[in-house]
Design a protein around this ligand. Structure first.
Ligand SMILES: Cc1ncc(COP(=O)(O)O)c(C=O)c1O
Length: 396
């Protein structure tokens, strides 16, 4: 395979990353999904319901907004893909709408999910309410503390929120707990994974649900710029679902630079970071082979980021491959810089971004581009859930 061509193979590999490394007891669940997801997603009634809900319920297409003052400040043509305007406040709902329809078609009665920032948990609780399905969301105890409004939103929507108390009490621990629960309830339960991580077919399935982002970008750029391709697409990467969605239709367009922004926490080399491509080595995390931060003997290193959604020790296999092949450019942004970028966007454009998304904005200071470039930044979510973090930081 040409290294620059990004395409998943039938075993779920992007280059050397991906696959399904799962305990025997999970095999039937994953196999059922793998055998059915493509035919269900290709069926006319799935597409009809998915498209209708994205339009009428989520509020798609989301605008592609020309950010005038930001463009002036940075000396390029900068557009924002407004995923922050989606129902529930972030891109996560695109995927949960797709997976809940899929789960219903597989006759599942219960939904489980993990969440970090709480956005995926809220998006899952929302579609469960919409479809009248039982919902349990696992969330690290630390994340429950720093994302309190989202915990209450999930509860209002009728979900049961269960704290994960192991390890760093953050996203990876919530994911471990959700996987354990799935093994114990294989028949009636679907696990809605919230990013392009996990065993095959999750990474590709989630990327395809999120690919609506770049599908819309192409149409909108054609209208505004007379061409489908921007020069750069910039997106933050936790597990990598908003970035995968924003990159998807540009993976194999060599003239589009794909900029993936990781969290450098207190500094890449501070020991408190989530800069996986700088610090990570190949290994197995949550069922797939990918890059992850680990000790010499293979123990997962606890990540750190001020943003709960980027606080993850790995990245999805497609991003590991984007990095490995050189197709993607990876940048790491520190907590402090992300916060400053969040305030700057608020003051320049009247948009308070999620702190995850704020990382993508600081990348403008860390990369080179030309003044003629058309840049799309994927604004993955709104900052409402992060008000307490902004207030605690206080520097505005
Ligand atoms: C607004 C927002 N952006 C980005 C992320 C990171 O996830 P992903 O990398 O899968 O897009 C999250 C995760 O919760 C989020 O809430």
């Amino acid at each position: 395979m040409d290294k620059a061509i990004i395409k998943v193979d039938e075993n779920g590999f992007y280059g050397q990353f991906g696959g399904a490394y799962i305990p025997e007891m999970l095999y039937p669940n994953i196999e059922e999904l793998r055998e059915n997801y493509e035919s269900i997603m290709a069926s006319g009634d799935f597409r009809e319901e998915f498209d209708r809900l994205l339009r009428d319920y989520v509020g798609r297409p989301t605008p592609l907004y020309f950010a005038n003052r930001l463009s002036e400040k940075y000396g390029a043509k900068i557009y924002l893909k407004r995923e922050d305007l989606c129902h529930t406040g972030a891109h996560k709902i695109n995927n949960t709408v797709g997976q809940i329809i899929l789960a219903r078609k597989l006759n599942k009665k219960r939904i489980i999910a993990e969440t970090g920032a709480g956005q995926h948990g809220v998006a899952t609780a929302t579609v469960c309410a919409l479809m009248g399905m039982e919902c349990t969301v696992y969330m690290g105890a630390v994340d429950m503390e720093r994302q309190k409004p989202n915990v209450e939103r999930m509860r209002i929507l009728g979900a049961n929120v269960v704290p994960a108390n192991s390890g760093s009490k953050t996203l990876k621990d919530a994911t471990n707990e959700a996987m354990r629960q799935w093994i114990n309830n294989p028949v009636d339960t679907h696990y809605i994974i919230g990013s392009v991580v996990g065993p095959h077919p999750y990474p590709e399935m989630v990327a395809r649900f999120q690919s609506v982002i770049s599908a819309e970008m192409k149409v909108q750029l054609m209208e505004k710029e007379g061409r489908e391709n921007p020069d750069l697409v910039i997106a933050c990467v936790g597990g990598g679902s908003n970035a995968a969605g924003a990159f998807y239709h540009y993976y194999n367009q060599a003239d589009v630079r794909l900029i993936a922004v990781e969290a450098a926490g207190l500094g890449v080399l501070s020991g408190k970071s989530a800069a996986t491509t700088v610090l990570g080595k190949p290994g197995i995390l949550h069922g797939s082979r990918t890059l992850l931060m680990q000790t010499a003997d293979g123990q997962v290193v606890e990540p750190h980021s001020i943003s709960a959604g980027l606080d993850y020790p790995g990245i999805g296999p497609v991003h590991a491959h984007l990095f490995d092949s050189g197709r993607g450019e990876f940048v790491a942004v520190e907590d402090e810089h992300a916060m400053q970028a969040g305030i700057e966007l608020s003051r320049l454009e009247g948009i308070i971004p999620a702190i995850e998304s704020a990382h993508a904005f600081h990348a403008l200071k860390q990369i080179k581009y030309r003044s003629s470039d058309v840049i799309v930044i994927n604004l993955s979510g709104r900052g409402d859930k992060d008000l307490e973090t902004y207030i605690k930081w206080g520097n505005y």
